[in-house]
Write a protein that binds this ligand. Structure first.
Ligand code: PMV
Length: 315
C-alpha cells in the first residue's frame, strides 16, 4: 500500500493585515511548531474516504456537502491533474492549529492536502510551492470571499514573506531576518470570522473611502519600514512599528477590548511591541520579545486572560 504525507505550518501576519486586501504590502511568517498534516493512502474497496479524526468526522467524497473544504481541495487537485477518476483512497487530515484564531488553520489544512494528493498522484509539478499556494488560494476563496492571497503564500512557502496583492501577478518576496524574531502568540479566546470582519471593513471603506485609504496607506508604509528593520535586525524598531500598526488597526475597528488588554499587558511586561494578528475582533495577538523578556511577557499575558500561549522564533 502506498502512502504519501505532507504537512503545512500555521502562520501569523506580522504587519499589514486588512490593508493587504487593498493592495498595500504586508508581512507574514510561518509558525512551524503547530501544523496541519494530510496522509493519502491507497485503499479498498471503492471511492475516496475523507477522515478528520480531530473533528470526529469520516465521510465519502461523493457524499460531501457542497462547500466542504476538504472535498473541494480533492476535486481541485483532480481537475488540475486532469484525472477523470481518482484511485480508491483514504485521506486523513489532522491539525493542532487552533481554529478561527487568525493562525491560518484552513489554509494550512488545504495546503497539506493539496501537496500530499498531488505527490500521491505523481504530479510533483502540482506540489511545488507556487502551485500549492495558488490551489490553496482557490480554497480560501470559499471561506473568505476576497482573500488577499497572503495566507496561502506563507503556508505553502513556509518562509518569512513580503507580499503585495497586485495584477497580473502578486509580488511575493521571501526574505531573511538580520536577527531572529522571537514571538509570543497569545489567544484572546474570542473566535472571529475572517469573512465577516473583512466584509465589515469593506463596508466601512465604502462609507468613508478617503479615511480608510489613508489608514491602509499608513499600514503599508509601516510594513515597508518593518521589512527593512527586520532585515537589518533592528528589533526595537520592529517592536515600535508593531505598536504603530496596532493604532491603525484600532482605527479600522478590528481590535476588541480583550485584544487591547493582551496587547497592553505584553508591552507592560517588557515586550518590544505587540499587536493583533490576522482579521482581528478576537483571535491571537503577537508580541515581540527577547530571550530575557519572554518568560515575564508570557506571565503578563496569562494574568491578563490569554487562553493559550505559543512561542516561535522566525529566522
Ligand atoms: O486569516 P486571518 O484571520 O489571518 O486573516 C487574514 C488577513 C486579512 O488581511 C484580514 C485578510 C486577507 O485575506 O489578507
Amino acid at each position: 500500500m502506498t502512502t504519501t504525507q505532507a504537512t503545512a505550518p500555521a502562520k501569523v501576519i506580522l504587519f499589514g493585515e486588512h490593508a493587504v486586501v487593498y493592495g498595500r504590502p504586508a508581512i507574514a511568517a510561518p509558525v512551524s511548531q503547530v501544523r496541519a498534516s494530510a496522509l493519502v493512502a491507497d485503499s479498498a474497496p471503492a471511492g475516496v474516504r475523507l477522515v478528520a479524526p480531530d473533528l470526529g468526522e469520516a465521510y465519502w467524497l461523493a457524499d460531501a456537502d457542497e462547500g466542504d473544504p476538504l472535498a473541494a481541495a480533492v476535486r481541485l487537485v483532480q481537475e488540475a491533474a486532469g484525472v477523470a477518476q481518482l484511485p480508491y483512497l483514504t485521506i486523513t487530515v489532522r491539525s493542532n492549529i487552533p481554529i478561527a484564531g487568525g493562525l491560518g488553520s484552513g489554509a494550512a489544512t488545504a495546503a497539506a492536502l493539496i501537496r500530499a494528493l498531488s505527490l500521491h498522484l505523481e504530479r510533483p509539478d502540482l506540489a511545488s510551492n507556487e502551485a500549492v499556494s495558488s490551489l490553496t488560494y482557490e480554497i480560501e476563496t470559499l471561506h473568505h470571499g476576497t482573500p488577499s492571497g497572503i495566507d496561502n503564500t506563507v503556508v505553502a512557502y513556509e518562509r518569512l514573506v513580503y507580499f503585495v496583492r497586485q495584477s497580473p501577478e502578486n509580488r511575493i518576496e521571501t526574505f531573511r531576518t538580520g536577527q531572529p524574531l522571537r514571538l509570543v502568540i497569545a489567544d484572546s479566546g474570542i473566535r472571529s470570522s475572517t469573512r465577516a470582519v473583512v466584509g465589515d471593513v469593506r463596508r466601512r471603506w465604502q462609507a468613508e473611502p478617503e479615511r480608510f485609504e489613508e489608514i491602509f496607506t499608513a499600514c503599508g508604509r509601516i510594513a515597508g519600514a518593518a521589512r527593512t528593520a527586520i532585515e537589518e535586525g533592528k528589533l526595537e524598531e520592529v517592536g515600535a512599528l508593531m505598536q504603530e500598526n496596532q493604532v491603525w488597526l484600532k482605527q479600522m475597528t478590528v481590535s476588541a477590548p480583550e485584544v487591547d488588554r493582551l496587547v497592553e499587558a505584553a508591552v507592560e511586561a517588557g515586550a518590544l511591541g505587540a499587536k493583533l494578528s490576522g482579521a482581528g475582533r478576537g483571535g491571537n495577538i503577537i508580541a515581540l520579545v527577547t530571550e530575557t523578556s519572554e518568560a515575564t511577557v508570557r506571565e503578563g499575558l496569562a494574568s491578563a486572560g490569554a487562553r493559550k500561549i505559543l512561542a516561535t522564533v522566525v529566522r
